[in-house]
Ligand binder design. Sequence first.
Ligand code: NAD
Length: 288
Amino acid sequence: MRDFKGKTAFITGGASGIGLGLAQTFADAGMNIVIADIEAPVLGAAVSALNARGAQAIGVECDVGDRASYARAADRAFSAFGKVHLLCNNAGVARTGPTWEIVDSDWEWTIGVNLMGMVHGLQIFVPHMKAHGETSHIVTTSSMAGMRSSVAGGPYTATKYAVVGLSEVLAKELAETKIGVSVFCPNNIRSNMPNNGRNRPPRFGGPIDSKSDPHAAEHVVVMQDRNRAGMDPREAGLRVKAGIENDQLFIFSHATERGILEERFQRILGDMDAAAALGPQGALLNRA
Ligand SMILES: NC(=O)c1ccc[n+]([C@@H]2O[C@H](COP(=O)([O-])OP(=O)(O)OC[C@H]3O[C@@H](n4cnc5c(N)ncnc54)[C@H](O)[C@@H]3O)[C@@H](O)[C@H]2O)c1
């Protein structure tokens, strides 16, 4: 997708951090903006700031992990602007701590936002984009944690790998359509992510005060330091826009992470070589 002017972007988690950077980028490119976010007060301020820059923007309170809430937000977008051409599945949360100690409700919260948030978006917007038939794009914010394991915790890494896989499937499924697919794998971007527990809904236990939570406290300090030194979210937005224009499946923020990926791929290939060294199918049974 290269032509953004007059089209509409639907951005989940667009009231803060990377999502707001995306909203500013696509507003500057002449798009109508719908921000769907769970954090109502910040949402209002983000929309006012966008409109003050001359954008046509609306904000819709939405919990992407709740299909009915998502469907209501999409209906608001359709009423306001008719068609949606760019879906940014961006809302995300992270529950940290030793994987085996994370309780089911926190797994459900993380899977609900990071994975089902994307699924709900696809269920609503892919049929819509196919029906209007205009050039469109779906970009999902994964993470470098979707490319290699990290200290960010089991549920976060599992869901970020999941949306990379899902984006690869989607790209194949939509290859013959006018809908492009990308997955954004950022490293450190300045945002409110270290305090993401602020948005845990009551059905999963309510907001988490990261500083007083033994699961999160240690990791949050590391996250805060990295986050503060991170990339400006508007730069991240511009990099995502460039990736969409190039029709890239993978969009990275930091090329400095290349070595870490090479290491992982070498390990995978090395373990594949170990399987090859054992011989073809049946070789071990024949030798037994
Ligand atoms: N900041 C980084 O360094 C970094 C790195 C890799 C990946 N990411 C990913 O980037 C995305 C954006 O995060 P960010 O860093 O900008 O953090 P952020 O906390 O600043 O923004 C996240 C936004 O998502 C919203 N949100 C949370 N739960 C929601 C829900 N259930 N429904 C709708 N909206 C919800 C929040 O209100 C917030 O506006 C996330 O998917 C995150 O995993 C961030």
